[in-house]
Design a protein around this ligand. Structure first.
Ligand code: FAD
Length: 407
């Protein structure tokens, strides 16, 4: 492929569902679009997930991840997006300007707008502070899927899976595809994180699910030989030859942390308004970098909306980026996205997650008055939304989300 472009109307960082959907929409509006993807192939996480369900709402058919990823890339390329793989974005500057590197070395690219669509990553063993020895055979789901789906390797035969988010069940399906049956699935909380029917999968496949159970230490010298766990029955060792650490997602903000862009402590992602516009209004963000973690379809729709918002912005059709209404996460609320509301459209919703299992009413208050409220019975990582249409037009200051717990 030829030399990297020096400039594009829209440069997109990340060639997953969000970035590619944005590229398609921005091309429809006539913008020049470059998509920069560090992997050798674009498509994002679905490339690794060799199982359904993908694509039903976007393409009207049920697909496995790799098929879906190829379809997204083909559609974006057919729309005229310049998709560059093997290109890593190293730094973000105002301007907007990006420092990038590929096999020809580092250089800068300028744009009229930049869209950040870098996705999420799972928390590593180090990030989880898991004790014990340091043998081989400890993987996150993403690494497991890369080995099994992309490289055709089978890293172990009797692993333990830690976690019960949706991706934990994706790990089971990946292992099943490789002919591997996990010896146990562990969940530190008292109920699985993912909702039924996913949580039925271990029982269907006769994989023991241990609730209220966490890893105390990993055992083994060269390879994992067992996992010391603490649960309702006390401490014991489960013999195993591997560990899959699933979930505990965090937005991929390696690029944003050292940059001039504001990050939100709750979501871990960039601060955005309802158009996906960041604290530097030349930058937009969409997809799982906004918050951990949503499905591919959700990220695709967010990316498409951001692509349209960028086109509207460049056409002068987006309201000014200020004055803002700031959304504050009160007691019990882990995150709310977007974190600020600019004047203009009130379509869409605030995406909300709680920080512990909660039952009661979720209330959005403005100047001491409740403007929206809904009954909730939820757990961390589960999706909640509050319609933005509930917020009065022109409101500024701070609106606070809280939970009034049921007695
Ligand atoms: C292990 C794992 C399994 C998952 N399984 C499922 C599943 O089964 N079903 C489902 O619906 N969702 C699943 N998800 C959620 C998944 O993240 C979304 O489905 C979807 O892929 C999000 O799209 P995205 O475009 O926001 O991010 P991604 O698909 O993650 O794409 C982001 C892209 O940005 C690139 N990138 C990041 N930083 C840079 C940089 N500095 N320079 C250049 N490129 C960069 C990455 O290489 C990546 O290709 C899973 C997530 C993970 C981590």
């Amino acid at each position: 492929m030829g030399k990297l472009p020096d400039h594009a109307d829209l440069v997109i960082v990340g060639g997953g569902p969000a970035g590619l959907a944005a590229a398609i929409e921005a091309r429809k509006a006539g913008l020049s679009v470059a998509v920069l993807e560090r992997e050798p192939t674009a498509g994002g996480i679905p490339r690794h997930c060799n199982h359904p369900p993908y694509g039903v709402r976007e393409f009207g058919r049920l697909m496995k991840g790799p098929t879906y990823a190829r379809r997204l890339v083909a559609e974006a390329a057919a729309a005229g997006a310049d998709i560059r793989t093997g290109v890593t974005v190293l730094a973000l500057h105002s301007g907007p300007r990006l420092t990038v590197t590929d096999n020809c070395g580092a250089r800068d690219i300028t744009a009229r707008r930049v869209l950040l669509a870098t996705g999420v990553r799972e928390t590593s063993r180090a990030g989880r502070l898991l004790g014990g020895t340091k043998p081989g055979g400890i993987l996150n789901t993403g690494a497991l899927q890369g080995l099994v789906t992309l490289d055709g390797l089978v890293p172990f035969q009797r692993p333990v899976i830690l976690g019960t988010e949706l991706v934990s069940f994706s790990a089971i399906l990946t292992l099943r595809h490789a002919g591997v049956r996990p010896v146990a699935m562990l969940e530190p909380a008292s109920t699985p994180t993912a909702r039924w029917p996913s949580a039925m999968l271990p029982r269907l496949l006769r994989i023991p699910l241990h609730l209220g159970t966490d890893i105390v230490a990993i055992e083994g010298e060269q390879r994992v030989t067992g996992v010391r766990v603490r649960g309702p029955g006390g401490e014991r060792t489960i013999p195993a030859d591997g560990v899959v650490l699933t979930g505990r997602f965090r937005p991929e903000t390696a690029l944003m942390k050292p940059s001039h862009l504001a990050l939100d402590a709750g979501s871990g992602g960039p601060v955005v308004d309802q158009y996906g516009r960041c604290s530097d209004p030349d930058y937009f963000a969409a997809g799982n970098v906004l918050r951990p973690v949503e499905t591919a379809g959700w990220s695709f729709r967010e990316g498409a909306a951001a692509g349209r918002a960028v086109a509207a912005d460049l056409a002068g059709d987006l309201p000014a980026a200020a004055p803002f209404l700031t959304i504050a996460a009160g007691e019990g609320i882990k995150l709310a996205v977007p974190q600020r509301i600019a004047p203009g459209a009130r379509g869409g919703a605030l995406q909300v997650r709680v920080d512990r299992p909660l039952r009661g009413r979720l209330v959005l208050s403005l100047a001491g008055k409740a403007v929206a409220s809904q009954r909730i019975d939820t757990r961390p990582e589960r999706r909640l939304s509050v319609p933005l249409s509930a917020i009065p037009q022109g409101a500024t200051g701070t609106a606070t989300l809280t939970v009034e717990e049921a007695a």
